[in-house]
Design a protein around this ligand. Structure first.
Ligand code: XIL
Length: 358
């Protein structure tokens, strides 16, 4: 892993296999180098072997589509389902013995306007219409991928930043969190084996939003919802939150009998309120040293939580720094460095702080 030899061996072995040599094919070649199941968000372009970051796919055990399985891509027009891109990822994952997360069935973002409009009028849809669309989208999508998705983000970001329900068209039309409960029930009907998750950001540290997320999880369980766990997106920075916050948070949700997954980890070198597009080379270097330490601290917490059966898996939101969405968010045109591989697709010290644990 450290000097790239296993990759060369894997490539040689794959060629030898094609020629009938190298013995029995192994399920995961090269062997998983991580102390817990580690995944990454990928795009369909990454599946192309000509893509410069394609080789990084081999480091991860689980893939999730960064965009391809969102409602705007799966059902761009009412009743028109486009599964080709998700299917390409599912086929690649299957061929390479990787797991898949499904992201995401119910989210107020990256969803076409028709979803919330009464047919033909542009007026807001009635609750019945909205529910019919949700049920159809969830059931068509989940049954299409039945047996191929380990875990689904059934709902994404349904809690507001102030700790109230998120003021989204879903909530405005449904009038209560009942739509969240229904979403879990429909997903479960379509694939009883898939693990079902509620996913959100800024819930990794104690606070109003985490409390609201927790209360909603408790309520869902009381209603008998088929919820298996919670996803902590973990779009964090080198400044906030701390590894100890993650430990407390994972313990808090695990105590409810829920699985915890870290679903979209990236660690910006900018504070969230910072509007700067860049930092000086010296500042970047110092931030990257801090980042390596913080990734190391987080991975220690994750490793312990995974060993205790509280943490299911950890996914990072992208393969390498140059491809991160944080280069455009929240400040357009920014250069950020949040992931485990650098712009030249080389492992960062953050990554080594993980693999060195082996
Ligand atoms: C992001 C993608 O990475 C971007 O390519 C896209 O333009 C916007 O969405 N929370 C989520 C993810 O749940 O789906 C978002 O992904 C990042 C924030």
């Amino acid at each position: 892993m450290k000097n790239g030899k296993p990759y060369i061996m894997a490539v040689l072995c794959v060629s030898a296999l094609a020629a009938g040599g190298c013995g029995k094919p192994k399920a995961q070649e090269p062997a998983n180098a991580f102390p817990f199941p580690l995944g990454a968000a990928v795009s369909n372009e990454d599946l192309n072997s000509q893509n410069p970051q394609h080789g990084l796919l081999r480091y991860f055990d689980i893939y999730v589509a960064g965009n391809e399985m969102k409602v705007e891509n799966i059902q761009p027009r009412e009743g028109v389902f486009r599964f080709e891109k998700g299917d390409a990822l599912a086929a690649y994952a299957h061929e390479h013995h990787k797991k898949l997360r499904g992201h995401t069935l119910v989210w107020h973002s990256q969803i076409p306007a028709w979803f919330f409009q009464a047919q033909g009028t542009g007026e807001p849809a009635s609750k019945e219409e909205l529910y019919a669309r949700m049920e159809r989208h969830i059931k068509e999508t989940v049954s299409h991928y039945k047996g191929r998705i380990d875990s689904w983000d059934v709902v994404n970001e349904v809690v507001g930043d102030d700790g109230g329900p998120r003021d989204s068209p879903f909530y405005r039309i449904a009038g209560s969190y009942d739509y969240v409960l229904r979403a879990f029930q429909w997903a479960h009907e379509a694939d009883p084996e898939a693990k079902l998750f509620m996913n959100d950001y800024n819930v990794e540290a104690p606070g109003k939003k985490q409390n609201a997320f927790y209360e909603l999880a408790v309520w869902l369980k009381e209603q008998g919802a088929p919820i298996d766990g919670v996803g902590l997106q973990s779009h964090i920075s080198i400044y906030w939150p701390q590894a100890s916050d993650f430990r407390r948070t994972i313990d808090r949700f695990a105590a409810l009998g829920l699985k915890v997954q870290i679903t979209e980890l990236d660690m910006s070198i900018f504070r969230y309120e910072d509007t700067a597009k860049t930092k000086t080379a010296d500042q970047v270097e110092e931030c990257l040293r801090t980042q390596a330490v913080k990734y190391g601290e987080l991975f220690t917490v994750f490793e312990e939580a995974a060993a205790a059966g509280k943490l299911d898996m950890v996914l990072v939101w992208g393969l390498s720094d140059g491809a991160s969405w944080l280069n455009g968010f929240p400040v357009p045109g920014r250069t950020d460095y949040p992931l485990l591989f650098d712009r030249d697709y080389q492992p960062k010290s953050a990554f080594r702080s993980l693999t060195d644990k082996r």
